[in-house]
Design a protein around this ligand. Structure first.
Ligand code: SF4
Length: 295
């Protein structure tokens, strides 16, 4: 990684010398690895996702709900490949219904190497849970190693993506990324009890004051996936205004009316998937990023 161009940011930095937009060195760094009950029911029907949170993030949205690990000085503990494999197997031993790799785009080389080694010992699906801001070349490093892609599709508007994530190219990059993910894992396959075994589950967090952009996201997804049986869509309402976010339009929670506009349109278009209860909204849904399961 002497000139890192791994993700769409293409910073070109030597990660052993200075930090790029993801704030990550070349050494794999984790902030938490533990059972987690916040995922969609089809991913973990018993509420036991084996969530591994990486440190740093290449996208760095100003409204990030996990800014303790994605901000300017992200918390994390360095681990080698052997320890990382042990952590994944240990989660499986604890009863995890999957291995859920959360925002690891900037460590994709290390993740691919570890998965090649440990995957034969994993009997649960491997989930790559990401921002949707990945290049096709980057994702090809995971071809054959991941069962479920769980990407966001955050914005349809380039100007909104530029203001909130410094990534005007987000809509174009994410559309290509989701197509590549679907090419790799194919249409959704469930077991007899409704657990997702493989496929693409797309998340979209509806932002306050931006329901119109959410409707435009649905139009993009509608064009990308005309066969609505092929993927699943999760519309999230858990936006929590973060104290570090200075954008005036993001200082309040989402209203029920805004959320309903988006869910109604998704239903009209024929998407299958998930909507979120209001009761699941709030900062207490954010786990503690304290090295649990990593040390
Ligand atoms: S992975 Fe990090 S350093 Fe590399 S291009 Fe992306 S943001 Fe820059």
């Amino acid at each position: 990684m002497s000139r890192c161009t791994l993700c769409p940011r293409a910073c070109g930095v030597d990660r052993d010398v200075s930090l790029g937009a993801c704030r990550a060195t070349s050494r794999l760094t984790l902030s938490r690895a533990a059972l987690h009950d916040g995922e969609e029911p089809c991913l973990s029907p018993k509420g036991k996702s084996g969530a591994v949170f990486f440190s740093g993030c290449a996208l760095g949205c100003v409204f990030c709900q996990n800014d303790a690990i994605s901000g300017a000085d992200p918390f994390g503990i360095e681990v080698g490949e052997e320890r990382f494999c042990e952590i994944l197997l240990d989660l499986q031993k604890q009863g995890a219904e999957n291995v859920d790799l959360v925002t690891g785009d900037h460590f994709i080389l290390q993740i691919a190497a570890a998965l090649r080694r440990v995957r034969p010992q994993l009997s649960v699906p491997v989930i790559f849970n990401c921002s949707g801001y990945e290049t096709v070349e980057q994702l090809r490093l995971l071809d054959g190693l991941v069962d479920i892609y769980l990407p966001d599709f955050k914005f349809a508007s380039e100007s909104l993506a530029a203001r909130l994530s410094r990534a005007a190219d987000y809509p174009r990059v994410a559309a290509a990324a989701l197509s590549e993910m679907h090419r790799q894992v194919g249409d959704c396959v469930f077991d007899g009890e409704g657990k997702l075994l493989s496929g693409l589950l797309i998340r979209h967090l509806v932002l306050p004051n931006h329901a119109d952009d959410s409707l435009a996201v649905l139009d993009i997804l509608d064009a990308l996936f005309p066969d609505k049986e092929s993927v699943r869509l999760s519309l999230m309402r858990q936006f929590t205004p973060m104290p570090s976010c200075r954008e005036d339009d993001l200082r309040r929670p989402l209203t029920t009316l805004e959320y309903r506009r988006v869910t109604a349109r998704a239903e009209e278009l024929g998407f299958l998937g998930y909507v979120q209860e209001k009761s699941s909204v709030g900062a207490d849904a954010i786990p503690a990023f304290d090295g649990t399961g990593v040390r």
